[in-house]
Ligand binder design. Structure first.
Ligand SMILES: [Fe+2]
Ligand SMILES: [Fe+2]
Length: 457
């Protein structure tokens, strides 16, 4: 009986590996990364500054009362800032990935030499991410400098105003603490397949340095990243979150589980990027000028299609060929997905389309934008408009709710095939419950009150 089960698992993985190999071959034959490199090399903001880089719907403040009043040049600036803000998070996430791809590849290779080509493939994807990150960082730098000024650039290195704030203590932190403790007890004797990279790192400090130093922006002075996987890096706290990289790099089942989280990130990127890809095709068809950032999004969309396929096979199918997970491994895998929902998909923005965290942590960015040369408002005017956009229902919320629901349906379709997930993860319940304009407004009103009281003091 045991042999039959084993054979059926082996045949399952045998069916998956050729798909992965084909995907890898297709990626190797493509030249999208080279095209991105070329566009990156020749990028100059001025030559792209008078054109939309995506549809107007993909603009900061789209659907708000302020957007209605904005001038044509302000609308173009808001469109560019949406591109830049979105790819700031993508670049941060991909910087984090250069580390996670490596430790999970090491872990799988240590478990079985037959997975060597998977490690090669992940290595190649990491190489491509470095090229992507470089192009996003270059465009980000020139655009922010041109639109918001050098001051905004200096400030943006030390705050997370276009991204996520450090997270507060939550019941999940308690669970993570517990899981850490349980893990140490239960698995003390269990054979692990430690990633060589993890063995080389002495502590969390080294872990963060190792990830941050891969950023091409300023390798001598690494700044913390704020990407999709940020919660697992422990930038601001924490001894508990380091357990995610440790377990993803140590247990083959959990290495495969990492690709559930990576696939979720792939879906978030695709949700926005597919629209830019369509916009690029529209310009191509009409033989119109194609701004370099639009073309980079188009080629990045095509490059990422290979990575998305890799994530899908590793996340949804590959784990079935591995030995059955222990209860601890299942617990950690579920906490990782729950944490991903909580960190990245637990809100609804009314001011920044395709953003699914609370607007409360975009307040400082919006204030900076309103007082920048783009709008040139006084502090009083800026607060007045901030309140109008943040605390009152408008089209921005309704538009983003539609985008949210589309992404949610894709997340649920994916998660329902993964049998070890708890229902809160399989149904993406945290994300689903955040899809409420009423909830978003209530949170925003609280955040605005808190913010304006600190200003008045
Ligand atoms: Fe990428
Ligand atoms: Fe990727």
């Amino acid at each position: 009986m045991k042999t039959i089960v084993k054979d059926s698992l082996t045949s399952k993985v045998n069916r998956i590996l050729p798909f992965l190999e084909k995907n890898y071959d297709n990626n190797l034959e493509s030249d999208y990364t080279e095209k991105i490199e070329e566009l990156d090399k020749n990028f100059n903001y001025k030559s792209n500054s008078n054109h939309y880089w995506s549809e107007p719907e993909q603009s900061v403040l789209y659907g708000t009362p302020l957007y209605e009043q904005a001038s044509p040049s302000q609308k173009i600036a808001l469109n560019h800032l949406h591109w830049v803000g979105f790819y700031k998070v993508v670049a941060d996430s991909e910087t984090e990935l250069t580390f996670y791809n490596t430790i999970t590849a090491d872990c799988l290779l240590a478990a079985n030499k037959d997975y060597a080509f998977i490690a090669d493939m992940l290595n190649h994807e990491t190489y491509q991410e470095r090229k992507h990150i470089h192009s996003f960082a270059k465009i980000n730098y020139q655009t922010i400098k041109a639109l918001l000024g050098t001051k905004a650039l200096i400030n943006s290195a030390s705050d997370n105003s276009t991204s996520f704030e450090p997270k507060s203590f939550h019941v999940i932190d308690y669970l993570l603490n517990t899981a850490n403790f349980i893990g140490k007890i239960l698995l003390r004797d269990k054979e692990q397949n430690y990633s060589q990279k993890l063995i080389e790192l002495q502590d969390l400090q080294d872990l963060n340095k190792s990830i941050a130093s891969s950023t091409p922006v300023n390798p001598t002075s690494p700044t913390p990243t704020s990407g999709f996987f940020n919660g697992y890096l422990g930038n601001t706290d924490t001894s508990v979150r380091k357990f995610f990289p440790l377990s993803w790099g140590s247990y083959p089942f959990l290495a495969a589980n990492f690709y559930v989280v990576r696939y979720m990130a792939n879906l978030v990127v695709k949700n926005n990027e597919f629209e830019i890809h369509k916009y690029c095709r529209k310009l191509q068809k009409a033989k119109d000028f194609i701004p370099a950032p639009t073309a980079i999004s188009h080629y990045h969309f095509l490059d990422e299609a290979f990575h998305t396929t890799t994530s899908l096979y590793l996340a949804r199918d590959f784990y079935k060929s591995l030995p059955k997970p222990s209860n601890f491994e299942k617990l950690m895998a579920n906490l990782a997905v729950l944490q991903t929902q909580r960190e990245n998909l637990n809100g609804l923005s009314g001011m920044i389309p395709n953003r699914f965290v609370s607007d409360s942590n975009a307040i400082s960015f919006i204030m900076k934008l309103l007082q920048s040369p783009v709008f040139d408002m006084s502090q009083k005017e800026a607060i007045h408009w901030l309140e109008k956009c943040l605390c009152y229902e408008h089209e921005g919320f309704h538009n983003n709710l539609k985008v949210h629901n589309h992404l949610l349906a894709n997340m649920q379709r994916f998660a329902e095939d993964i049998d070890y997930l708890w229902s809160v993860n399989r149904e993406m319940r945290l994300m689903a419950s955040a899809g409420s304009i009423k909830k978003a407004l209530n949170n925003n009103i609280k955040a605005f009150k808190k913010f304006s009281s600190t200003i008045e003091k």
